[in-house]
Design a binder for this molecule. Structure first.
Ligand SMILES: *Cc1c(COP(=O)(O)O)cnc(C)c1O
Length: 339
C-alpha cells in the first residue's frame, strides 16, 4: 500500500483493497461476497441507469486514541436504506446483512482507516441498485447491494469555520410528496444545477425552501438545517427532507447540554431571529453558517461574528466528535467497536 498523506486527503474517490457485494436474485438476497475490483458488470437496460432505481447511504468509521476502530450508528443507516427501498420499490436488505457488510468492508480495509491524530476518517458508501433489465417503467427483478470505503480528510483542515448559504427559488430539489425523504440518487441529480450555481457564486450550498409554498425552510442540498436561539435548537419538520442521523443525534445532545429542542415548521422569516445557524450531516457533522443570502430578494441574514462558529454549535460539534472518536463515554450506545 502506498503512503497516504492523511492530512491532504480531501473528499474524493480513492480505491481501497476490497468491497462487499450482495446480489438479489429469484426473490432473495444471496450471501455477502468480497471483490477487489472497483468495476461492476451491469446490464445496459438496468433500471438504475434508466429510471433512477438506486438508493445509497453514507457513514463513517473512526480510529480512536486507543487504536480501536468505531463505526457510528450503522443500524440507523441500515433502517434508513430499508425505508428508501420501500420508497422506490426495491427489496429491503436485512439490517443485520447491512451491518455485517459494513463490518467486513472496514476490517478488510483497516489500513485505510486514518490515524486518530489526523482528524480524518474512513467514509463508508453503501448503495443498492436495480440491475435487472427493464424498458417499461417498472421495478427490476434483480438488485445489487455494494459497500465500498475510502479514507477522507478532515472536513475542516483549517479549523471549524463558518460559510454562507444561498436561497434560490427557481429550482426545487424534491416535491412535497415526492422522494425528498428517501436517500435516492434522483434527488441529487435534481439538485446538481442549483448546487453548481451556488458554488460558482461563492456559497457552500443551497438552502431549499419548501417546494409548494416557498414559506418554510426545508434543508440544504446534502445536509439538514438547524438554527439556535434563546437556548433552543430548532430544526425543520417537513415531508420532503431526509431524516439526518447526525441531526437526530444532535437533537439528543442539545437536550443533554440544556437546550430545548423544537422540530417543527420553520418559516422563512425566522431566519432573521436565529443566533446561530448550521447545516448537519455525516460529512462535516456541523457546517457552521455565517450568512444566508436570499438571491431573489437580494437580502442577507447574518450570524455571529462572521469568523468563528457560535458557542452552541461548537459545543455540539465537539461533543458528537468525541463520542465518534471514543474520547467520551458512549452513553447512548451509538458506536460499535469493529476492531
Ligand atoms: C445524507 C443526507 C443528509 C445527512 O444525513 P446524515 O445521516 O446526517 O449523514 C441530509 N440531507 C440529505 C438530502 C442527505 O442525502
Amino acid at each position: 500500500m502506498e503512503n497516504i498523506e492523511w492530512q491532504n486527503l480531501g473528499f474524493g474517490y480513492r480505491k481501497t483493497d476490497y468491497n462487499i457485494r450482495c446480489y438479489y436474485r429469484n426473490g432473495e438476497w444471496g450471501e455477502l461476497e468480497t471483490s477487489s475490483s472497483d468495476i461492476i458488470n451491469l446490464h445496459m437496460a438496468a433500471t438504475a441507469l434508466h429510471y433512477g432505481q438506486e438508493a445509497f447511504e453514507g457513514l463513517k468509521a473512526f480510529k480512536g486514541k486507543d487504536g480501536k476502530i468505531r463505526v457510528f450508528r450503522m443500524d440507523e443507516n441500515a433502517k434508513r436504506l430499508q425505508n428508501s427501498c420501500d420508497g422506490i420499490l426495491m427489496p429491503q436488505l436485512p439490517v443485520e446483512k447491512f451491518m455485517e457488510a459494513v463490518r467486513m468492508a472496514i476490517k478488510m480495509n483497516k489500513h485505510f482507516v486514518p490515524p486518530y491524530e489526523s482528524g480524518a476518517a474512513l467514509y463508508i458508501r453503501p448503495l443498492l441498485i436495480g440491475t435487472g433489465p427493464q424498458i417499461g417503467v417498472k421495478a427490476a427483478d434483480e438488485f445489487l447491494f455494494i459497500v465500498f470505503v475510502m479514507p477522507v480528510g478532515p472536513y475542516f483542515p483549517e479549523g471549524f469555520k463558518p460559510t454562507d448559504l444561498v436561497i434560490i427559488r427557481g429550482q426545487d430539489r424534491a416535491a412535497p410528496q415526492g422522494t425528498g425523504k428517501y436517500k435516492v440518487g434522483g434527488n441529487y441529480a435534481a439538485s446538481m444545477g442549483a448546487g453548481k450555481l451556488a458554488k460558482k457564486k461563492g456559497f457552500s450550498a443551497v438552502l431549499y425552501l419548501d417546494s409548494k409554498e416557498k414559506k418554510y425552510i426545508d434543508e440544504c442540498g446534502p445536509a439538514n438545517f438547524f438554527g439556535i436561539k434563546n437556548k433552543t435548537y430548532v430544526t425543520p419538520l417537513s415531508e420532503s427532507i431526509l431524516p439526518s442521523i447526525t441531526n437526530k443525534s444532535l437533537m439528543m445532545l442539545a437536550e443533554e447540554l440544556g437546550l430545548k429542542v423544537e422540530r417543527r415548521k420553520v418559516p422563512y422569516e425566522e431566519l432573521a431571529t436565529f443566533e446561530e445557524v448550521g447545516a448537519c450531516g455525516t460529512a462535516a457533522v456541523i457546517s457552521p453558517v455565517k450568512g444566508v443570502y436570499d438571491a431573489d430578494n437580494d437580502k442577507w441574514f447574518k450570524y455571529g461574528d462572521q469568523k468563528e462558529a457560535g458557542e452552541w454549535s461548537t459545543k455540539l460539534y465537539n461533543k458528537l466528535r468525541s463520542i465518534q472518536y471514543g474520547d467520551e463515554p458512549d452513553k447512548f450506545k451509538w458506536v460499535e467497536v469493529v476492531e
